[in-house]
Design a protein around this ligand. Structure first.
Ligand code: HEC
Length: 92
């Protein structure tokens, strides 16, 4: 539900708008975290990030929203969900 929630963004997007069916990721998503994500390296100069940080990056960037409070249940739920998405992605 959080993955599909367009109200989390300020621009009508949901995580699912870009990432349904493994879309918008590069090969890096198949690797265990922490790892290099091009967008984080290019935009923030971070050469290695954790999964929760990748989610916060997409909140601040593509979702044009405030990042989650680090203790928010939505962030915890997304970390759990994205871990499952990552397993599917790695098997493709
Ligand atoms: C407008 C499209 C868009 C939206 C909306 C979006 N993302 Fe992303 N996401 C991207 C792009 C582009 C990248 C960077 C890919 C790269 O540089 O390798 C990315 C990267 C990521 C990564 C890191 C992938 C890796 O290589 O490890 C994760 C995890 C992620 N997004 C989760 C989310 C979540 C969760 C949301 C919703 C809160 C979200 N994204 C919203 C486009 C989007």
């Amino acid at each position: 539900m959080v993955f599909k929630n367009t109200k989390l963004s300020s621009n009508g997007m949901a995580c699912a708008t870009c990432h349904t069916g493994g879309g918008s990721y590069q090969k890096s998503f198949a690797m265990p975290f922490p790892h290099k994500v091009e967008m984080a390296a290019g935009t923030y100069g971070l050469n290695s990030i954790h999964l929760d940080e990748a989610i916060q990056m997409c909140m601040a960037g593509p979702m044009a929203a405030k990042p989650f409070d680090w203790k928010s249940p939505d962030l915890a739920n997304l970390v759990a969900f994205m871990t499952e998405e990552q397993k599917k992605f790695a098997k493709r």
